[in-house]
Design a protein around this ligand. Structure first.
Ligand SMILES: *Cc1c(COP(=O)(O)O)cnc(C)c1O
Length: 400
């Protein structure tokens, strides 16, 4: 039996750090007691532009007073301009707007299955999608059906069939799993929740080749990796790959609201005809206005450039900690890092995050002793130094 507080108004599906936040500006958060903290989680990359970015706040405020929701039953004046802007930014043909990342992934799964039946000729109800162990694509019943994280998966069956699990970063395993019924390969370009696992640079290009050679769609889930985090508009561009469908979310809403989308091939997304798929809030005017601003900000290349410019320093500092034996591994790209704390220090990831909190830095552990660092892309080098000094100090403190 799981013990929960006897009478709580809030379901305990999160165990947050012991802090209550009140306001935020840029990379800084303030708690209800006036304490200031550097945000090194950035809402799992939903806050790539930091808290309350003036351009995003101004756009949202203006739109709130003009028009917020019409539903897709009617057109509004921002939907087509937004679709135009997002497809131009991502160099894709077509987009379909949704709200959360999980909904974008669900949309891509539905589109791929439909393409499999109507175009590829897979027998109805027999489509297979190849997915990777350790993935995180969201929390819906279909998506957690193929999650290998016991916490995300257990006790939520019966599970949705049609997914074939293979190890991550193993293109040969994908090749071996392809059958005439395979409609898609669905992967993250970097596994974020798993601890920022960066596959070999040949992995995604090989999946691209396999997909093309076998008449299979390549779906790349860039909900966390995309939109500047790794120094690129889409992380797949880093390894020269163009997916058939790409899912976007998190940073697309600028941290102001949930905004997601699937972008990609017109011949696939055009199968999503009137009445066959939708969302009450998807593509609403407020979301479009905010996302248009996000697209304009990314179009300048400034934020991607910032992530690239600080990658070297971030890596140097983390590698130094690894060389000292404090970390077992450090993986980083752009302004994104996953570190595995040496278990001999006897520290859980959670305890490291508490140590960071005591030093004015907020971060989040993922599994066991792995911690993810993903500050807003607006962070200044001097602020990144503060964060890394705090990590250095936290880990050294355990040595006594
Ligand atoms: C966060 C995430 C999702 C799910 O997004 P939600 O908005 O929480 O539904 C999907 N895919 C990836 C790669 C993610 O990191």
């Amino acid at each position: 039996m799981v013990l929960v507080p006897h009478r709580s108004v809030l379901a305990p599906n999160y165990r947050p750090l012991d802090i209550t936040l009140h306001s935020g500006q840029g990379v800084w958060l303030t708690d209800i007691h006036g304490g200031r903290y550097l945000d090194c989680l950035a809402g799992y990359s939903a806050l790539n532009f930091g808290h309350s970015h003036p351009r995003l706040v101004a756009a949202a405020q203006e739109q709130v007073e003009r028009l917020t929701l019409v539903s897709r039953a009617f057109n509004h004046d921002l939907l087509l301009p937004y679709a135009e802007a997002l497809t131009t930014l991502t160099d894709t043909e077509t987009m379909l707007p949704m709200n959360t990342g999980a909904e974008a992934v669900e949309t891509a799964i539905k589109a791929a299955r439909k393409w499999g039946y109507l175009v590829k000729g897979v027998p109805e109800d027999h489509a297979e999608i190849i997915v990777a162990e350790g993935s995180f694509h969201g929390r819906t019943t279909t998506i957690i059906s193929f999650s290998t994280d016991p916490a995300a998966h257990a006790h939520y069956g019966p599970y949705t069939p049609g997914f074939v699990l293979v190890p991550y970063d193993d293109a040969d395993a994908v090749a071996a799993a392809i059958t005439p019924r395979t409609v898609a390969i669905l992967v993250e370009p970097i596994q974020g929740e798993a601890g920022v696992l960066i596959p070999a640079p040949t992995y995604l290009p090989r999946l691209r080749e396999l997909a093309t050679a076998n008449d299979v769609l390549l779906i790349v889930d860039e909900v966390q990796a995309g939109l500047g985090r790794t120094g690129w508009t889409l992380d797949q561009q880093r390894v020269g790959v163009e997916a058939d469908l790409t899912t976007l979310g998190k940073a697309l809403g600028g941290g102001l609201m949930p905004v997601s989308a699937v972008v990609g091939r017109h011949d696939v997304l055009s199968l999503m005809t009137a009445g066959t798929h939708g969302s009450t809030f998807g593509g609403n005017p407020l979301a479009c206005r905010i996302a248009l601003e996000v697209v304009a900000m990314l179009d300048s290349g400034e934020f991607q450039q910032r992530a690239r410019a600080m990658e070297g320093y971030l890596g140097e500092r983390l590698d130094a900690l690894a060389d000292e034996g404090l970390l077992n591994a450090s993986r980083h790209v752009g302004l994104w890092a996953g570190i595995d704390v040496n278990p001999e220090l006897g520290l859980t990831g959670r305890q490291v995050c508490e140590g960071l909190q005591a030093r004015g830095v907020l971060a989040k552990d993922t599994h066991g002793s792995t911690i993810r660092l993903a500050p807003p892309l607006v962070i200044e080098p001097s602020e990144l130094e503060i964060a890394l000094d705090a990590l250095d100090d936290t880990l050294h403190a355990t040595l006594g």
